[in-house]
Design a protein around this ligand. Structure first.
Ligand code: ADP
Ligand code: ADP
Length: 229
Protein backbone atom coordinates (compact mmCIF):
# COMPACT_ATOMS: atom_id res chain seq x y z
CA UNK A 1 0.00 0.00 0.00
CA UNK A 2 2.73 2.49 1.04
CA UNK A 3 6.43 2.00 0.39
CA UNK A 4 9.51 4.07 1.15
CA UNK A 5 12.49 3.17 -1.01
CA UNK A 6 15.86 4.67 -0.03
CA UNK A 7 14.13 7.83 1.16
CA UNK A 8 16.25 10.69 2.49
CA UNK A 9 15.17 14.20 3.32
CA UNK A 10 17.52 17.14 3.84
CA UNK A 11 16.49 20.52 5.15
CA UNK A 12 18.84 23.45 4.98
CA UNK A 13 18.85 25.57 8.10
CA UNK A 14 21.07 28.63 8.63
CA UNK A 15 23.44 27.40 5.94
CA UNK A 16 23.85 23.91 7.36
CA UNK A 17 22.11 20.73 6.20
CA UNK A 18 19.82 18.77 8.52
CA UNK A 19 19.27 15.15 7.53
CA UNK A 20 15.68 14.62 8.76
CA UNK A 21 15.41 11.18 7.10
CA UNK A 22 18.33 8.99 6.13
CA UNK A 23 17.85 6.14 3.66
CA UNK A 24 14.49 4.96 5.03
CA UNK A 25 13.07 1.66 3.77
CA UNK A 26 9.49 0.80 4.76
CA UNK A 27 6.63 -1.30 3.52
CA UNK A 28 3.19 -0.69 5.02
CA UNK A 29 0.52 -3.20 4.08
CA UNK A 30 -3.09 -2.61 3.15
CA UNK A 31 -5.38 -2.51 6.23
CA UNK A 32 -2.39 -2.50 8.56
CA UNK A 33 -2.05 -0.28 11.64
CA UNK A 34 1.57 0.79 11.40
CA UNK A 35 3.39 2.72 14.12
CA UNK A 36 6.39 5.01 13.86
CA UNK A 37 7.98 5.65 17.22
CA UNK A 38 10.92 7.88 18.04
CA UNK A 39 12.04 10.85 20.07
CA UNK A 40 11.26 14.42 19.17
CA UNK A 41 13.32 15.41 16.13
CA UNK A 42 13.84 11.83 14.91
CA UNK A 43 11.95 12.55 11.64
CA UNK A 44 8.49 11.13 12.37
CA UNK A 45 6.44 14.09 11.10
CA UNK A 46 8.59 14.41 8.00
CA UNK A 47 7.99 10.74 7.22
CA UNK A 48 4.23 11.07 7.73
CA UNK A 49 3.92 14.27 5.70
CA UNK A 50 5.59 12.63 2.71
CA UNK A 51 2.72 10.17 2.37
CA UNK A 52 0.28 12.94 1.45
CA UNK A 53 2.87 15.02 -0.41
CA UNK A 54 3.10 17.80 2.16
CA UNK A 55 6.86 17.08 1.85
CA UNK A 56 8.89 15.52 -0.97
CA UNK A 57 11.96 13.29 -0.62
CA UNK A 58 15.38 14.71 -1.43
CA UNK A 59 16.36 11.21 -2.54
CA UNK A 60 14.47 7.97 -3.08
CA UNK A 61 10.81 7.25 -3.71
CA UNK A 62 7.57 7.16 -1.75
CA UNK A 63 4.91 5.06 -3.44
CA UNK A 64 1.21 4.76 -2.64
CA UNK A 65 -0.58 1.86 -4.32
CA UNK A 66 2.51 1.23 -6.42
CA UNK A 67 2.78 4.72 -7.90
CA UNK A 68 5.68 7.08 -7.17
CA UNK A 69 4.18 10.25 -5.67
CA UNK A 70 6.80 12.43 -7.39
CA UNK A 71 5.78 11.12 -10.80
CA UNK A 72 2.13 12.06 -10.43
CA UNK A 73 0.80 15.20 -12.00
CA UNK A 74 -1.25 17.81 -10.08
CA UNK A 75 -4.58 16.08 -10.69
CA UNK A 76 -3.21 12.69 -9.62
CA UNK A 77 -1.66 14.21 -6.50
CA UNK A 78 -4.98 15.75 -5.58
CA UNK A 79 -6.55 12.34 -6.15
CA UNK A 80 -3.94 10.79 -3.87
CA UNK A 81 -4.62 13.31 -1.10
CA UNK A 82 -8.34 12.59 -1.39
CA UNK A 83 -7.86 8.99 -0.37
CA UNK A 84 -5.78 10.03 2.62
CA UNK A 85 -7.11 11.53 5.85
CA UNK A 86 -4.94 13.14 8.49
CA UNK A 87 -5.38 13.90 12.18
CA UNK A 88 -3.17 16.13 14.30
CA UNK A 89 -1.92 16.40 17.87
CA UNK A 90 -3.51 19.84 18.25
CA UNK A 91 -6.66 18.84 16.31
CA UNK A 92 -6.38 21.78 13.81
CA UNK A 93 -10.08 22.68 14.06
CA UNK A 94 -11.61 25.97 12.97
CA UNK A 95 -12.69 27.60 16.22
CA UNK A 96 -15.24 29.98 14.70
CA UNK A 97 -17.14 27.10 13.08
CA UNK A 98 -19.47 24.53 14.65
CA UNK A 99 -18.66 20.86 14.99
CA UNK A 100 -20.85 20.08 11.96
CA UNK A 101 -19.21 22.80 9.88
CA UNK A 102 -15.76 21.49 10.81
CA UNK A 103 -16.69 17.94 9.89
CA UNK A 104 -18.33 18.97 6.60
CA UNK A 105 -15.38 21.09 5.51
CA UNK A 106 -13.70 18.52 3.20
CA UNK A 107 -17.04 17.98 1.42
CA UNK A 108 -17.46 21.75 0.99
CA UNK A 109 -14.00 21.94 -0.53
CA UNK A 110 -14.92 19.12 -2.95
CA UNK A 111 -18.25 20.85 -3.68
CA UNK A 112 -20.05 17.71 -2.55
CA UNK A 113 -21.61 18.80 0.76
CA UNK A 114 -23.99 16.18 2.10
CA UNK A 115 -25.86 16.88 5.34
CA UNK A 116 -26.80 13.20 5.80
CA UNK A 117 -23.19 12.10 5.53
CA UNK A 118 -22.19 14.70 8.15
CA UNK A 119 -24.83 13.32 10.55
CA UNK A 120 -23.66 9.79 9.87
CA UNK A 121 -20.04 10.52 10.70
CA UNK A 122 -21.06 12.65 13.69
CA UNK A 123 -22.91 9.64 15.10
CA UNK A 124 -20.06 7.28 14.26
CA UNK A 125 -17.71 9.28 16.52
CA UNK A 126 -20.49 9.55 19.15
CA UNK A 127 -20.91 13.31 18.99
CA UNK A 128 -24.52 13.20 17.80
CA UNK A 129 -25.64 15.67 20.48
CA UNK A 130 -22.87 18.19 19.87
CA UNK A 131 -23.17 19.07 16.20
CA UNK A 132 -24.07 22.72 16.90
CA UNK A 133 -21.40 23.22 19.58
CA UNK A 134 -18.21 25.16 18.96
CA UNK A 135 -14.83 23.52 19.57
CA UNK A 136 -14.20 25.71 22.65
CA UNK A 137 -17.18 24.00 24.30
CA UNK A 138 -15.68 20.52 23.91
CA UNK A 139 -13.19 18.45 25.90
CA UNK A 140 -9.86 17.54 24.32
CA UNK A 141 -11.08 14.04 23.54
CA UNK A 142 -14.21 15.39 21.86
CA UNK A 143 -12.12 17.83 19.81
CA UNK A 144 -9.99 14.97 18.56
CA UNK A 145 -13.13 13.00 17.68
CA UNK A 146 -14.21 16.00 15.55
CA UNK A 147 -10.79 15.89 13.88
CA UNK A 148 -11.24 12.18 13.25
CA UNK A 149 -14.75 12.68 11.85
CA UNK A 150 -13.47 15.40 9.49
CA UNK A 151 -10.76 13.01 8.27
CA UNK A 152 -13.24 10.14 7.83
CA UNK A 153 -15.94 11.98 5.97
CA UNK A 154 -14.43 11.34 2.54
CA UNK A 155 -13.93 7.63 3.34
CA UNK A 156 -10.14 7.65 3.03
CA UNK A 157 -8.25 4.42 2.42
CA UNK A 158 -5.37 5.70 4.54
CA UNK A 159 -5.48 7.60 7.83
CA UNK A 160 -2.33 9.43 8.95
CA UNK A 161 -2.21 10.16 12.68
CA UNK A 162 0.36 12.61 14.05
CA UNK A 163 0.62 12.16 17.85
CA UNK A 164 -3.17 11.57 18.04
CA UNK A 165 -3.37 11.23 21.83
CA UNK A 166 -0.39 13.28 23.02
CA UNK A 167 -2.52 16.29 24.00
CA UNK A 168 -5.06 14.13 25.86
CA UNK A 169 -5.29 12.76 29.40
CA UNK A 170 -5.88 9.09 30.34
CA UNK A 171 -9.56 8.41 29.62
CA UNK A 172 -9.72 10.75 26.61
CA UNK A 173 -6.58 9.19 25.16
CA UNK A 174 -8.05 5.74 25.68
CA UNK A 175 -11.35 6.69 23.96
CA UNK A 176 -9.52 8.08 20.93
CA UNK A 177 -7.41 4.94 20.73
CA UNK A 178 -10.54 2.77 20.85
CA UNK A 179 -12.10 4.86 18.09
CA UNK A 180 -9.05 4.45 15.85
CA UNK A 181 -9.16 0.70 16.46
CA UNK A 182 -12.85 0.64 15.55
CA UNK A 183 -12.19 2.54 12.30
CA UNK A 184 -9.54 0.03 11.26
CA UNK A 185 -11.81 -2.93 12.09
CA UNK A 186 -14.94 -1.45 10.50
CA UNK A 187 -13.56 0.02 7.29
CA UNK A 188 -10.18 -1.72 6.91
CA UNK A 189 -8.53 1.72 6.83
CA UNK A 190 -4.73 1.54 6.62
CA UNK A 191 -3.27 3.64 9.43
CA UNK A 192 0.12 5.18 10.03
CA UNK A 193 0.46 6.37 13.61
CA UNK A 194 3.36 8.55 14.64
CA UNK A 195 4.00 8.86 18.36
CA UNK A 196 6.63 9.10 21.05
CA UNK A 197 4.35 7.10 23.37
CA UNK A 198 5.28 3.44 23.52
CA UNK A 199 2.01 2.57 25.21
CA UNK A 200 -0.16 3.86 22.37
CA UNK A 201 1.95 2.09 19.76
CA UNK A 202 1.91 -1.20 21.70
CA UNK A 203 -1.83 -1.20 22.19
CA UNK A 204 -2.88 -0.06 18.76
CA UNK A 205 -0.37 -1.13 16.13
CA UNK A 206 0.29 -4.39 14.27
CA UNK A 207 3.88 -3.39 13.58
CA UNK A 208 6.10 -0.45 14.34
CA UNK A 209 9.24 1.13 12.99
CA UNK A 210 11.69 2.64 15.47
CA UNK A 211 13.15 5.88 14.20
CA UNK A 212 16.34 7.48 15.51
CA UNK A 213 18.11 10.45 13.92
CA UNK A 214 16.20 9.91 10.68
CA UNK A 215 17.11 6.21 10.42
CA UNK A 216 14.86 3.18 10.88
CA UNK A 217 16.67 1.16 13.57
CA UNK A 218 14.30 -1.76 13.17
CA UNK A 219 10.74 -2.78 12.36
CA UNK A 220 8.97 -4.95 14.92
CA UNK A 221 5.77 -6.98 14.92
CA UNK A 222 3.68 -6.32 18.03
CA UNK A 223 2.35 -9.30 19.98
CA UNK A 224 -1.43 -9.70 19.66
CA UNK A 225 -2.10 -10.30 23.36
CA UNK A 226 -0.53 -6.95 24.20
CA UNK A 227 -3.21 -5.32 22.07
CA UNK A 228 -6.15 -6.91 23.83
CA UNK A 229 -6.84 -4.94 26.97
P1 ADP B 1 9.71 14.55 14.79
O1 ADP B 1 8.37 14.55 14.15
O2 ADP B 1 10.21 13.17 15.10
O3 ADP B 1 9.81 15.46 15.96
P2 ADP B 1 10.54 16.07 12.45
O4 ADP B 1 10.27 15.26 11.26
O5 ADP B 1 9.60 17.16 12.81
O6 ADP B 1 10.75 15.09 13.71
O7 ADP B 1 12.00 16.75 12.32
C1 ADP B 1 13.18 16.01 11.99
C2 ADP B 1 14.34 16.98 11.92
O8 ADP B 1 14.17 17.85 10.81
C3 ADP B 1 14.51 17.87 13.14
O9 ADP B 1 15.88 18.09 13.33
C4 ADP B 1 13.80 19.15 12.70
O10 ADP B 1 14.32 20.26 13.39
C5 ADP B 1 14.13 19.20 11.23
N1 ADP B 1 13.09 19.89 10.43
C6 ADP B 1 11.80 19.50 10.29
N2 ADP B 1 11.14 20.34 9.47
C7 ADP B 1 12.04 21.28 9.08
C8 ADP B 1 11.98 22.42 8.21
N3 ADP B 1 10.84 22.74 7.58
N4 ADP B 1 13.10 23.15 8.05
C9 ADP B 1 14.25 22.82 8.66
N5 ADP B 1 14.37 21.76 9.48
C10 ADP B 1 13.30 20.99 9.69
P1 ADP C 1 -22.72 1.78 2.04
O1 ADP C 1 -22.51 0.94 0.80
O2 ADP C 1 -24.15 1.98 2.39
O3 ADP C 1 -21.90 3.03 2.05
P2 ADP C 1 -20.78 0.52 3.75
O4 ADP C 1 -20.86 -0.77 4.51
O5 ADP C 1 -19.79 0.67 2.68
O6 ADP C 1 -22.24 0.83 3.23
O7 ADP C 1 -20.58 1.68 4.80
C1 ADP C 1 -21.34 1.79 5.96
C2 ADP C 1 -21.23 3.19 6.47
O8 ADP C 1 -19.85 3.52 6.73
C3 ADP C 1 -21.69 4.21 5.49
O9 ADP C 1 -22.20 5.27 6.25
C4 ADP C 1 -20.46 4.64 4.77
O10 ADP C 1 -20.60 5.95 4.29
C5 ADP C 1 -19.42 4.56 5.88
N1 ADP C 1 -18.08 4.17 5.39
C6 ADP C 1 -17.80 3.17 4.54
N2 ADP C 1 -16.49 3.08 4.30
C7 ADP C 1 -15.90 4.05 5.03
C8 ADP C 1 -14.55 4.47 5.21
N3 ADP C 1 -13.52 3.88 4.59
N4 ADP C 1 -14.32 5.49 6.03
C9 ADP C 1 -15.33 6.11 6.65
N5 ADP C 1 -16.62 5.78 6.53
C10 ADP C 1 -16.92 4.75 5.73
Amino acid sequence: MITFEHVSKNYSHNGSIIKALDNVELKINEQEVFGVIGESGSGKSTLLRMINTLEYPSEGQVKVAGVDLMQRNETEQRQNRKQIGMIFQQFNLLYNQTVKENIGLPLHLNKSYDQKRVEEVLNFVRLGEKGMHYPSQLSGGEKQRVGIARALITQPKILLCDEPTSALDGQNAYDVMELLRKINRTFGTTMVIVSHELNLIKQLCDRTAILENGKVLETLAIQKEQQQQ
